[in-house]
Design a protein around this ligand. Sequence first.
Ligand code: SF4
Length: 397
Amino acid sequence: MEAWRRILADSIVKPKDLAERLGVDAKEIEAIVGDYPMRITPAVMATIKKKGDAIWKQVVPDIAEMDDFEAEDDPLEEDLMSPVPHLVHRYPDRVLLMVTNQCPIYCRFCTRKRLVGKPGFLKKGELDQAIAYLREHTEVRDVILSGGDPLLLPDHLLERILKALRTIPHLELIRLGSRVPGTLPERITPELCAIVKKYHPIYMNLHFNHPDELTPEVKTACGMLADAGVPLGAQTVLLKGVNDDPEIMKRLMHQLLLARIKPYYLYQADLTKGTNHFRTMVETGLNIIKSLQGHTSGMAVPHFVIDAPGGGGKIPLLPGDYMVHMDEDGAVLRNYENKTFHYPQPKAGGGHELPMVGTRSSDDGSAEAFASCGDSYPDRDGYAAWGNSCGGDVDEL
Ligand code: SF4
């Protein structure tokens, strides 16, 4: 047996073992795990520092999961958008393919609580059905392998899937959504990296919610994937008591970049049954974005999105005060320092006049009387403003 499988087998799955390790009430845990299974890998167990901390909350079953009567099992209506088993086709050119329902840990806030960790998932022939659907649907250029966690599949099965997908000529991108590098880093082996390298372009969206998850072992695992040519992105779920704090979130984003992972999405928690106790106000996420935007490098700012209930898909949200006003003359914009700027619209007829950009304090809230300067002049910090050039923005210097 491969080493990572032995390590996974050492995970905590039984209430009595959890009670011994963490001093919880085994009977209470028993009442939850029948509906919503538990698994905590040794790597994750080692990062729990005290009762109720950010890691504990994500993996230790909470009786609040059983008090959530009104929410739906499937608020995103994935099951209704599934033309063949385990494949969700919601957006025009991309699909989600759930290749397993096994995960290294069972996150207590998971959107797919209805599926993960339960017996009997992928039946014989279902994978072939999904591949046949993709072959027929030439509009699909991007497939996201998810679950559960595709990196829990054995190497030979993962390779079989990747190989089959690469026989579909119109399929350009393969993405994998995974929590494995952050929770079972031993799974990232040279053999796995060698497989992945054969089927590029492969992207991975990893899942991290708290800076304490970025241990040296986890960073090494992520580095192996990056060295194998896999662009790494991170998805983060905004969770009450875990990361609903601007300072924690900033530390997380910085740690991700150090691990060669680009922060990608910050999700507002879904309305999934059994997860209501993790939900925050929408303003919490907006304030976090405001605390990052302009205050740290743009690379560290994820897109804040709500996956709309009822199958509406991801809707991006930005704090409302960046755009003060816009009309046919131009846009009045507010920056991270609460200063306002005017960006003129191009004149009808497509002239090449220089945009007039000016600054003033927003104290009086008015959008008039801007000091003007060309966009090649130094801005208030003394840096040249390069606009949309490939040289990057000033905040990335
Ligand atoms: S690893 Fe992902 S799919 Fe699995 S339980 Fe956690 S959030 Fe859900």
